[in-house]
Design a protein around this ligand. Structure first.
Ligand code: OAD
Length: 249
């Protein structure tokens, strides 16, 4: 059955659940894209771990600084903008993202629940004290090189990026708010996520079980196995503005 875009206009509470695919059209690589340069022979899961950082802090910090430089250069795309606009048009919208960039915020979305942390929120690897202000990017960070992490002003330990690494817990408050919203919503849009990293990947299922409709937007269509589940095959930056036009235009 085809998804009726008008359901966006009549929804009481929409949850928008995003992954790396929503930022792909801003030029940010997704996690399943192959790495290049210094990091070519690594799997992202090896780089995104405390063990990886302990083994070689400059390699890992350099990788994240390169990603931060890429994000600083990037602009929100029509998908980020459509999500921010949708929030203005419906009674309630909860935006839950697995992304560590700030493109949703820069598109105008407020109160974004960042399940996997935020790149800008560096903290001490040893004592967990936040770095405070957003760190200035070092010269040439975008070129992709090893960079020694700055040191914590309190204990002298190395700073680490404010993201959730494999094997670590997700931020408790954001996670519980996300699950509560999923259980409460009547429509969930799952956009640009491969749905393989737990526990975030459970969120669409929670909404479905609670009676909501679930719409997946992804060029690689995943099966829509439930009567209330829909798969729209295509790019978020094209499909979302089109859906909004059809729902409200
Ligand atoms: P993935 O890289 O696993 O998946 C990105 C998804 O976006 C894929 O299913 C693509 O088909 C889809 N995609 C690509 N271009 C798109 C476009 N223009 N529009 C819509 N969809 C598009 O990214 P995530 O699902 O976000 O975790 O990955 C989940 C987590 O795994 C990440 O948050 C990260 C990673 O390891 C941590 O860092 C803890």
């Amino acid at each position: 059955m085809r998804f009726n875009p008008r359901l966006l206009a009549s929804a009481r509470h929409i949850v928008v659940f995003t992954g790396a695919g929503v930022s792909a059209e801003s030029g940010i690589a997704t996690f399943r894209d192959k790495l290049t340069g210094l990091w070519e022979r690594f799997d992202p899961a090896e780089l995104a771990s405390a063990e990886g950082f302990r083994r070689d802090p400059a390699l890992i910090w350099g990788w994240y600084e390169m990603r931060r430089a890429g994000i600083a250069q990037a602009q929100p795309n029509p998908a980020h903008l459509a999500i921010a606009e949708l929030a203005q048009r419906v009674p309630k919208l909860t935006l839950v993202t697995q992304n560590v960039d700030d493109l949703h915020e820069r598109a105008g979305s407020a109160d974004v629940l960042h399940l996997h942390g935020q790149l800008d929120a560096a903290r001490c690897f040893d004592c967990a004290r936040p770095a405070g202000a957003v760190l200035e990017l070092p010269e040439g960070a975008g070129d992709g090189k090893r960079i020694e992490p700055p040191l914590c002003s309190a204990c002298g330990g190395p700073l680490r990026p404010g993201v959730v690494w494999f094997g670590e817990n997700l931020p408790e408050q954001a996670l519980s708010q996300a699950f509560l919203a999923a259980a409460d919503c009547d429509l969930l849009l799952s956009i640009g996520t491969s749905g393989v990293v737990q526990p975030a990947a459970m969120i669409p299922g929670v909404a479905l079980e609670a009676g909501a409709r679930v719409v997946h937007i992804n060029p690689q269509v995943t099966g829509a196995g439930h009567a209330r589940e829909f798969a729209l095959a295509g790019k978020a930056g094209e499909l979302l503005p089109q859906l909004l036009r059809e729902a409200f235009g």
